[in-house]
Design a protein around this ligand. Sequence first.
Ligand SMILES: Cc1ncc(COP(=O)(O)O)c(C=O)c1O
Length: 376
Amino acid sequence: MLYRRMPIEIESPEQLGYGSIRNNLSESSYADAFFRDIPLDVDLRDLVLCYGPHAGHEGLRRLIAWDAAPQASSGPIRPEDVLLTVGAAGALFIIATTLLEKDDEIVVVRPNYATNIETPRAIGAKVRFIDLRFEDGFALDPEEVGRAIAPSTKYISVTYPHNPTGVRLEGGRLAELVQVAGNRGVRLLVDETYRDMVFGEQLPLAATASPDVISVSSLSKTYGLPGLRTGWIVCRDAQLMQRFLAAKEQMHICGPVVDEELAYRYFLHKSEYHGRIRADIAEKFGIVKMWMQQQDDFEWVQPGGGCVCFPRVRRPEDLDMDKFYRILLEKHGTYVGPGHWFDMPKHYMRIGYGWPTQAQLKEGLEALNKTLPEAG
Ligand SMILES: Cc1ncc(COP(=O)(O)O)c(C=O)c1O
């Protein structure tokens, strides 16, 4: 496999040094939690640092299955349908390397979280893109997805609520996608890392719709726990789950027992955190929305979930975008995710509004306005 480092990783704030950024609007998750936020009614010194169950912490898998069950439309999710992974990133890697071989095809929605594109590329698979367009409100057309499926297509890869745009799948679109995939005999991967952050009514867990659907999620985005590196795959195809488990065992046998125990402890109280986090995200979203309403130079598609949006500069021909991002950081201490992190032109930018404090968010947004005339 020909691995290449992705710009989103090379230029990530943690690589740059958090200390060099005052207003960090580049993150795709809610504000990072502290260790003290994890309710611990056990003494971790009694934890045996053994190899854990290969599929992952049994209590946590039970909780994840239970969490999905209330929305189950065609059968509940059982703990056996859940495989813990090293973050959602680990899940996506397991899925790509299990399902794809060189010269196979995959249909991928673009823009997207970079791993969803880069791992298939590294495998040597042919990537067929479904380009979401600003002019269409970044909406996905399941029929277009259907037309992109070829005989050697192994799976369709979508992310909802979407990173970087924050748009959600409206109405029966998920059901349509499941049907399109099912009719053509290909699997559907739904990266649902932002599902707990959808505005309004939550979408059902995609894997409940059919055994051919694979759901991926983690504790990183909504709960600000990326350092626990705990994600999961949910899928009701038992044979496929055995292949995913084999891939995981060949990479690292099992997950880290300390991380999984902490994740379990947190998950037990997840709903308490969820309410608080949602309320904070709603306030921060209000700040961004109000800012956008005052803009002549930026335009956006209003998101329907998550904690990121993907506005663009209206008249990019007047601007040197490299200079724009340089001034924004060096003079105004503000960092956003430039379009090229997502295979998109540089006048698009991801603004993460869940991670910064409200004061940092406001200052960062003002910095965008100050920088525009300076980068002309
Ligand atoms: C859509 C999406 N999927 C997966 C990931 C990977 O997250 P993690 O491995 O921390 O769970 C990210 C991170 O940005 C993401 O945005």
